[in-house]
Design a protein around this ligand. Structure first.
Ligand code: ZN
Ligand code: ZN
Length: 214
C-alpha cells in the first residue's frame, strides 16, 4: 500500500506529506514571525498611514484599525500555531508547550518548535495535511494584507548554534547581496568571520553544505 500526501494528494512511498509540501511548510513556518511582525504596521490608526479603513455601517462608524489584522494578530497566528504545536506534542507523547511572553514571542517560539518537528510531522503525523493546509491559509491571509514580504536573500543553510540545553537552533540563514554579517532571526547568533562560515557549512544537517536557492 502506498500513501498519499495529505496536502496535494500525490502518491508517496510512505508518510503524510510529500517532500515538496514538507519543505513548503517549513518555509512558511520560518516566514510566519516575519509576516506577524509586518501585520503590525497595518494596525496604525486610519489617517496615519498604513492602516486600512474598514467602513461597514453608517458614516462616522469608521473603525481605526483593520479587523482582519486584529484577528490575525491577536487570535489567529499565535493560537493556530500553538494549537498545532500542542497537538503534535501530544501525539508524540510530550507535554504541553510553554506559552509565555508577548504574542510576537509566542508566534516565534511556536513556529520554531513546529519547524523542529517537521520531519516527524511529514513522516508520522496523520494530520500533517491539515496542519500544512491551515498554515498555508493563514500565511495567505496575512500576505493578502501586508503584500509581499521584504526580500530576505539567498538561503545559505541552517543556523548551527547550540543553546544551553544542547538543542541546535536550525533556523534558516539567509544572505542578501553584499551582506557579510548575518544574524540568526531566532537565536541572534552572528556569522561574520571565515571561521563562522566554515562552521556553518560543516554542521549543516544532511551534509548538504549550501543549498542553492530555488
Ligand atoms: Zn504534497
Ligand atoms: Zn540561530
Amino acid at each position: 500500500m502506498t500513501a498519499s500526501c495529505g496536502l496535494c494528494e500525490r502518491e508517496i512511498p510512505d508518510g503524510y506529506l510529500c517532500p515538496a509540501d514538507a519543505r513548503a511548510l517549513g518555509e512558511r513556518l520560518e516566514r510566519l514571525p516575519v509576516a506577524y511582525k509586518a501585520l503590525g504596521a497595518f494596525l496604525a490608526p486610519a489617517g496615519h498611514g498604513g492602516g486600512e479603513r474598514v467602513s461597514s455601517g453608517p458614516a462616522g462608524s469608521v473603525l481605526p484599525v483593520n479587523e482582519a489584522v486584529l484577528d490575525l494578530r491577536y487570535g489567529g497566528i499565535a493560537l493556530v500555531v500553538e494549537g498545532w504545536l500542542s497537538a503534535v506534542q501530544e501525539a508524540r507523547g510530550w507535554g504541553e508547550p510553554a506559552i509565555r511572553g508577548s504574542i510576537e514571542d509566542r508566534v516565534k517560539r511556536a513556529a520554531r518548535s513546529l519547524y523542529a518537528n517537521l520531519e516527524w510531522v511529514a513522516a508520522s503525523y496523520p494530520a500533517a495535511g491539515d496542519l500544512a493546509a491551515e498554515i498555508r491559509e493563514m500565511e495567505r491571509a496575512a500576505l493578502s494584507i501586508v503584500g509581499a514580504l521584504p526580500e530576505r536573500g539567498r538561503r545559505i543553510g541552517q543556523c548551527v548554534s547550540i543553546d544551553t540545553s544542547g538543542v541546535v537552533c536550525g533556523a534558516v540563514i539567509r544572505q542578501l547581496p553584499h551582506q557579510t554579517r548575518l544574524v540568526c532571526d531566532w537565536c541572534r547568533c552572528v556569522y561574520s568571520t571565515p571561521q563562522d562560515w566554515a562552521l556553518l557549512a560543516h554542521y549543516q544537517p544532511g551534509a548538504t553544505p549550501c543549498q542553492q536557492p530555488r
